[in-house]
Design a protein around this ligand. Structure first.
Ligand code: SAM
Ligand code: SF4
Length: 314
């Protein structure tokens, strides 16, 4: 269905847990988050019903996210259940990759179409600092496991952080030389843990083009402006919600692990889905889509979201 601004809403991002096996400094509090009581997060059945209700409202693509979706008990059952819903044509997962050696094949068998793997740096020390408890080698093993399991079209996502990975943009783009991957740079958004960070940390997507002048334009892929180095196998994407606001093309809604719909990542508006049957959920989802704000105001102020990114899923 269309929202009040004529945007066709077809894409649902659903967070299946707010827990994570990493503690990325821009996303998670240092000590993690308290494990919620079982009944505070949506059950597998509720998640499936919420996606069925979303399909009733015109959703065709689902991204499963977190926290870290692969730490959620029953993640394979969730993927399989979502994959069986009529009208859902594509299921993707966004993951930090660390648990892919264990799960990649099962995810593929369960019907997951594509993976996005987050990898902000290729420097082991920086990776350890950024994630607080992670090891680069585990993330790289995840990438390899995805390939081995037969996933194609895998996208790697790196958040651009001034003074952290701004000096290795060329090296990160270099991953597209021999691999048929999409490497996407995402502008850091001032939300949750990093809402008050120094302005110097927020660098524009343009810095990638400045660092690698060989990149030439290669169209659009969703909200990502695409580039490639001529002769190289992969492509580079820039997702720049701040310097090139794409709200007029936004086609997504989000559901949090505790069952709230967020019509916009950066507004405080939320609608509860818990305790409702499929028809009740569909009614609330329609209301949420109708109330989707026209745009965010990140160029002027921090996000108005009342949640950290680990609760929303990016
Ligand atoms: N744990 C999974 C992962 O890291 O891919 C999924 C959840 S994570 C919240 C989803 C994406 O949001 C990651 O690519 C992460 O880098 C990104 N992210 C988190 N905080 C962000 C921020 N403040 N600005 C931009 N992207 C952010
Ligand atoms: Fe975990 Fe992903 Fe947030 Fe990092 S970005 S702390 S991996 S949820």
């Amino acid at each position: 269905m269309k929202d009040a601004f004529g945007r066709k809403i077809t894409y649902l991002r659903i967070s299946v847990t707010d827990l994570c096996n990493l503690r990325c400094v821009y996303c998670m509090p240092e000590n993690g988050v308290e494990k919620r009581c079982h009944s505070d997060i949506m059950s597998i059945e509720e998640i499936i019903t919420a996606v069925e209700a979303s399909a009733d409202c015109g959703i065709t693509k689902v991204r499963i996210t977190g926290g870290e979706p692969l730490v959620r008990r029953g993640i394979i059952d969730i993927c399989r259940g979502v994959g069986r819903i009529p009208g859902i044509e594509e299921i993707c997962i966004t993951t930090n990759g660390v648990l892919l050696p264990k799960y990649a094949s099962q995810l593929r068998d369960a019907g997951v179409s594509r993976l996005n793997i987050s990898l902000d740096t290729l420097n082991p020390d920086k990776y350890a600092q950024l994630t607080r408890i992670g090891r680069l080698e585990d993330a790289l093993a995840g990438l390899e496991a995805a390939e081995k399991a037969g996933f194609t079209g895998t996208k790697i996502n790196a958040v651009l952080i001034g003074g952290v990975n701004s000096d290795e943009l060329g090296e990160l783009v270099g991953l597209t030389r021999d691999r048929d991957i999409e490497f996407r740079f995402i502008e850091l958004m001032p939300i949750g843990e990093c809402a008050d960070w120094d302005k110097a940390r927020f660098i524009p997507g343009q810095s990638v083009l400045d660092a690698v002048p060989e990149l030439v334009e290669d169209g659009m892929s969703g909200v990502s402006r695409m580039y490639r180095v001529p002769g190289w196998k992969g492509r580079v994407g820039l997702i720049d919600p701040i310097s090139h606001r794409f709200c007029d093309r936004c086609n997504r809604i989000r559901i949090t692990a505790d069952g709230k719909i967020k019509p916009c990542l950066h507004s405080s508006g939320e609608f509860n889905l818990r305790g409702l049957d499929r028809d009740g959920m569909a009614e609330v989802i329609r209301l949420a889509i109708e109330s989707k704000p026209g745009r965010h105001m990140l160029e002027e102020r921090s996000s108005e979201s009342i949640r950290n990114m680990n609760e929303i899923g990016g």
